[in-house]
Design a protein around this ligand. Sequence first.
Ligand code: 13P
Length: 248
Amino acid sequence: MAKRRRLIVANWKMHGRLTSGVTLARDIVEKAEANKPLEFDMVLCPPATLIWSIGEAIAGSPILLGAQDCHTATHGAYTGDLSAAMFTDLGCRYVIVGHSERRSQHGESSELVAKKVEAAQLAGLTPIVCVGETAEQLQSGSTGEIIRQQVIASLPENLKKGQLVIAYEPIWAIGTGQQPAPRDIAAVHKIIRGALGAAGEIVPVIYGGSVAPLNALALFQEHEIDGALVGSASLNSDGFWAIAEASR
Ligand code: 13P
């Protein structure tokens, strides 16, 4: 498969207060301005409380904005929830859905994730749909089948194929410093493309799980890996930028 422009996404999770978040975003913008035009796309997904301020900090720069989750409905009596359209209002272009932390800590099923994908696309956002196997599933040799099933079940029937990213995030690799070998990641990405059918040709498939400056170069040797979804290493501007540079 031909090498595409890569997508480097920061998932800040529940990190960042007003001052630290804006400082981090400004540091990243400074690097982006010094390296224009960028040879990759970069998205910051801060906590919802910071989206407005981060949006102001990155305004006019090539850095894009995303959210970490959204509700399935456009509006309504859903105390504490936020809709995809609300994120569009704030200038978001992307939204992460079906992260394993949402699936495990909030009981989100693939069927619910599919509804979120639909809601995100309707609001004009590109959903970044996360899939990944547990350590037990890896050990039992069922990774391929689990991932295939998750991809199919996490997408709605009326999917807009040109407005989608899949993130392969093995659950055992998140925040552990462990990772599959790059060639094993590439093999799973091929399975994901297979599950997507014709859309597999155009949908970016990115990898997440302990991506760090030290392992990024080896990851990006694999042309199947269209980018990275970065957790803890995205909280440091130098480290995050080094990962992005390794993707060129
Ligand atoms: P870490 O990069 O901290 O392992 O987190 C990965 C992740 O969950 C990104 O969504």
